[in-house]
Design a protein around this ligand. Structure first.
Ligand SMILES: *[C@@H]1O[C@H](CO)[C@@H](O)[C@H](O)[C@H]1NC(C)=O
Ligand SMILES: *[C@@H]1O[C@H](CO)[C@@H](O)[C@H](O)[C@H]1NC(C)=O
Ligand SMILES: *[C@@H]1O[C@H](CO)[C@@H](O)[C@H](O)[C@H]1NC(C)=O
Length: 368
C-alpha cells in the first residue's frame, strides 16, 4: 500500500512538472508573439518598422518607420504604429500634399519626417498641422514653388530642408509661425531663387543657419533681424557686394561667398558689422581681382580667410592691423599665410600684438 501510494504520488508530481513546463513554454511563446506583434502592430506591409528601446530597463522606446520607394500602389495616409517618432516617405512619387495625407494615430508623435525625392508641387495650408512635435522636415528634391504663409504654423521645427526645389521667391516669415524653442536651420540651396525677403512685422525669427547656395541671386538678400550664425551664398550670379549687405548680422560666425563667378567688387566696409565672424570663404571667385584693405575693416574675430582660386594674388602689409585675430589666409592654389613673430623683436607688449607680429607666407612676394 505504502509502495503504491509512493508510486502514485511520484506519478502525480511528474505530471505536475510536465504541466508547469507546458505552462512555461506557453508563457514564453506568448511573450515572444506579443513582442513580435508589438514590433509590427499597425505597420503597413510595404514599410519596415523598427522599435528602438533605450533608457534604464529599456523604459523608453521610439519607432522608426521606413516607407521609402513603396511603388505607385499605396494610398495616403499610410497606417503607422502609434508611437512613431521617425517616418521616411521619400521616393514615393507623391504629388500635392493635402490636409488628410499626414493624419491619424502615430502622426502626432512624429519628430522627423522625410518627404524628399517626391513630386510634391503644393502643400495645403493645414497638411502639416497635426505634426505638433515635428523638429525635422526634409522636403528636398521636390517641385515646390511656393508655401502658404501658415504651413509651418505651430511646429517646433529645428531643421527644414527645402533644397532642390523650384522656389523663385521666398519669404523667411513663413518660419515666424514656428513655436519658440530651438533655433532653426534652413536649407534653400539648389533652387531658382531671385529674391529672398524677411518681412518681420515685429515678430522674432529664430533662424541660425541659412543655405542659399546655387540659386539665381544677383544681390545679397537682406537678412537683417535674424540671429544668423551661418550664411552660405555660394554659386550665385552676384556681381557686386555693397556696403551694408550684411548689416546687423552681429551673430554671424561663418560666411561663405565662394564660386561667385561674376563677382568683381566688394565695397570697403562691407563686413563692418560682422564683429563675430570667424570664417570668411571668398574662394573660387576668379573675377575678384583686388580687395582694398578697408574691405576687411571690422572683422575683429576673423580667424580664417580663404581667397584660393580668386583673382587676388597679393596682400597688403598692414593686413594684420585690419584682422587682429587672423590665423590663416589661403591664396592661389597652395599659398598659405599665417601670423608669425617678427624677427628680432622680443619686447612684446601684451595687448599690442599687431606691432610685433607679421604675416608670413610659404611663397615670397605675396605680402606687399
Ligand atoms: C549648402 O548647400 C550646398 C549645396 O546644396 C551643400 O553642398 C552644402 O553642404 C550645404 N551646406 C550646409 C552647411 O549644409
Ligand atoms: C567654382 O565655382 C563654379 C561656379 O560657381 C562652380 O561650378 C565650381 O564647381 C567651383 N569649383 C570649386 C572647386 O569649388
Ligand atoms: C579654400 O577653398 C577651397 C575651394 O573652395 C577649398 O578646396 C580649400 O579647402 C579651402 N581652404 C581652407 C583652408 O579652408
Amino acid at each position: 500500500m505504502n509502495c503504491m501510494s509512493e508510486l502514485f504520488s511520484e506519478e502525480q508530481s511528474k505530471s505536475k512538472e510536465r504541466s508547469i513546463m507546458v505552462l512555461l513554454l506557453w508563457l514564453g511563446l506568448s511573450l515572444l508573439l506579443a513582442e513580435q506583434s508589438n514590433a509590427v502592430r499597425n505597420c503597413h506591409p510595404s514599410c519596415h518598422c523598427e522599435v528602438e528601446s533605450f533608457g534604464l530597463f529599456d523604459s523608453f522606446s521610439l519607432t522608426r518607420v521606413d516607407c521609402r520607394g513603396m511603388g505607385p500602389s499605396f494610398s495616403m495616409p499610410i497606417t503607422i504604429p502609434l508611437d512613431t517618432a521617425h517616418l521616411d516617405l521619400s521616393s514615393n512619387e507623391m504629388g500635392p500634399l493635402s490636409d488628410a495625407m499626414l493624419t491619424g494615430p502615430g502622426y502626432t508623435t512624429l519628430i522627423s519626417l522625410d518627404l524628399s525625392s517626391n513630386k510634391i508641387t503644393k502643400i495645403s495650408p493645414n497638411a502639416l498641422s497635426k505634426l505638433r512635435y515635428l523638429e525635422s522636415l526634409d522636403l528636398s528634391y521636390n517641385k515646390l514653388e511656393s508655401l502658404s504663409p501658415s504651413c509651418f504654423s505651430g511646429l517646433p521645427l529645428a531643421e527644414v530642408d527645402l533644397s532642390h526645389n523650384r522656389f523663385q521667391e521666398f519669404d523667411m516669415a513663413v518660419f515666424a509661425a514656428k513655436v519658440n524653442g530651438e533655433p532653426l536651420n534652413v536649407d534653400l540651396s539648389q533652387n531658382k531663387l531671385v529674391s529672398v525677403s524677411t518681412t518681420l512685422h515685429g515678430r522674432v525669427l529664430n533662424i541660425q543657419s541659412v543655405n542659399l547656395s546655387s540659386n539665381q541671386l544677383v544681390n545679397v538678400p537682406s537678412m537683417a533681424g535674424l540671429p544668423l550664425r551661418y550664411l552660405n551664398l555660394d554659386a550665385n550670379p552676384i556681381k557686386k557686394i555693397k556696403k551694408g549687405a550684411f548689416a546687423q548680422l552681429k551673430e554671424l560666425v561663418y560666411l561663405s561667398l565662394s564660386g561667385l563667378s561674376e563677382l568683381h567688387e566688394i565695397e570697403p566696409h562691407t563686413f563692418s558689422d560682422l564683429q563675430n565672424l570667424q570664417v570668411l570663404d571668398l574662394s573660387n571667385n576668379s573675377n575678384l581681382k583686388s580687395l582694398q584693405p578697408a574691405v576687411f575693416s571690422g572683422l575683429e574675430s576673423l580667424q580664417e580667410l580663404n581667397l584660393s582660386g580668386s583673382g587676388v594674388t597679393s596682400l597688403p602689409a598692414n593686413m594684420l592691423s585690419q584682422l587682429p585675430s587672423i590665423k590663416s589666409i589661403t591664396l592661389g592654389q597652395s599659398i598659405h599665410c599665417w601670423r608669425t613673430q617678427k624677427q628680432g623683436q622680443f619686447h612684446r607688449q601684451i595687448g599690442q600684438v599687431q606691432h610685433n607680429e607679421e604675416l608670413h607666407c610659404n611663397v615670397d612676394g605675396i605680402v606687399l
